[in-house]
Design a protein around this ligand. Sequence first.
Ligand SMILES: Nc1ncnc2c1ncn2[C@@H]1O[C@H](COP(=O)(O)OP(=O)(O)OP(=O)(O)O)[C@@H](O)[C@H]1O
Ligand SMILES: [Mg+2]
Length: 298
Amino acid sequence: MADAGTSGEARAEGGDVGGPLLDVRAVGVTVGGVRAVEHATLSLREGAFASLIGPNGAGKTSLLHAISGFYRPSAGEIHFGGRRIDGWPPHRVAASGLVRTFQRGRVFARLSCLDNMRLGARDHPGEQFVANLARPRARRRREAEVTSEARELLAAVGLGPKADDLAGTLSGGQRKLLEFARALMCRPKLVLLDEPMAGVNPTTGRQVMERIAQLHAAHSLTVFFVEHQLDVVMAMSDHVVVMAEGRVIKSGPPEEVRSDQAVHDAYLGSRRRREAVGRRGDEALAARAPGRDEAGLR
Ligand SMILES: Nc1ncnc2c1ncn2[C@@H]1O[C@H](COP(=O)(O)OP(=O)(O)OP(=O)(O)O)[C@@H](O)[C@H]1O
Ligand SMILES: [Mg+2]
């Protein structure tokens, strides 16, 4: 395990199974003129079930966008499976085995669950138009394979009976599971999940996370998920990376992160700023400083 420093250069190594799979080195991301991420460095070991936490606006989503190819980093390097991937477009990153889901869910409501799944296949038949014209039998075989994989994964997340239903008829939690299952269609090594519990009630959110944890184990996946529910984060992850104001400020096992002063300060600082925005200036200054455990980490 690398050092678990408290500077923006803190280094993270998630989990303890196998060698490093993802290496993010001093990455910067600028969005609309805003420096959303600065000098972020972390690495994830193969097999990790790691989380990324931090107050609103810390840069978590921006970092995920950079890792998955949706944003081009303004600085630094990203290595995945030993290859440098920064600057690659998202489809190339995905084809190399690194996929992600979005903070605001993206399922196609007017397609069946099965069709949503088929769209997640690495080489779904629609993408191979010319080749398919030339080899109709091979295309039919591949279609059958994709459909069977899709059904298997839907069953694995508990959506087997819903395969032919429109995705628009699913509950919030079921949509989350459909998105996760679809991400697995291209047989990734690493899945980035941006707030897999957001928008559903806490009980459903926990059930979603439990399913994800089951598939992590069954498919030898590495998972890196952003989440605000700190009790779930601390209970489920084997490694926690903390961002604040665009920087990685801490990384380590949950018990180490939970008791870290810089992490508490980051959460409390963010809470105070939010409170200050909601009050007039002099009221905010007079507000009582909250206790340390109000960060929700203890
Ligand atoms: N499209 C954008 N245009 C301008 N600024 C942006 C854009 N997207 C993000 N930012 C800014 O970049 C910073 C990091 O945002 P980001 O969405 O990555 O944070 P986050 O940690 O995911 O927050 P949250 O927990 O609220 O999802 C914030 O200051 C945000 O305002
Ligand atoms: Mg976000």
